[in-house]
Design a protein around this ligand. Structure first.
Ligand SMILES: [Zn+2]
Length: 175
């Protein structure tokens, strides 16, 4: 954990994320385990912004600015970004989700930063598997996302095993 939450430009985050539509058909789900979540309390979100992902840029269109990467239910909550990924500016935040006429959207006015990782800090991004990229999106190139996918995925397919081994190696180094 960097503990550098003060360096996150919260105004920029609010500008980029406020009003973003979320959920599916008026309901809100955890992006890792698919549990339906209440929006009465603020929710935890991984948010991310491309810093420098030249390899990825060749494969897909990358979003500009901050994007909502993944909502986390209580079971999938984290205390921080581990491991951090070089090339992504990342944060774990807590924000509110509002409902209006059956449409859910992010209210970023009150934004709590749990952890923040600048774009040039962390481990080299995981090698991107094309199959995962099409299914899970560019988030798979962030260790913090990938780690939760591995932890919540009961089907231990071969590519996930490879990532799991890499993660264990990474975490072994930093311990
Ligand atoms: Zn979950």
């Amino acid at each position: 954990m960097s503990g550098a939450s003060s360096k996150l430009n919260k105004q920029q985050v609010k500008h980029d994320l406020h009003g973003e539509e979320v959920g599916r058909r008026g309901s809100f789900y955890c992006d890792f385990c698919n549990t339906k979540m209440s929006i009465e309390e603020p929710v935890m979100y991984d948010i991310a912004r491309i810093h420098d992902m030249a390899h990825l840029e060749l494969l897909v269109d990358l979003p500009d600015g901050w994007s909502l990467d993944a909502a986390r239910c209580q079971n999938c909550e984290v205390e921080g970004i581990t491991p951090e990924t070089d090339g992504w500016e990342e944060a774990v935040v807590i924000l509110s989700v509002n409902e209006s006429n059956g449409v859910l959207s992010v209210d970023a006015h009150s934004l709590t930063v749990v952890d923040y990782s600048p774009g040039e800090e962390g481990e080299c991004p995981p090698p991107v598997q094309a199959a995962f990229l099409s299914r899970q999106g560019v988030s798979m190139s962030r260790w913090g996302f990938l780690k939760s996918v591995i932890e919540t995925n009961e089907v231990d397919v071969r590519p996930l095993q490879v990532y799991r081994d890499m993660l264990e190696e990474l975490e072994g180094e930093t311990d």
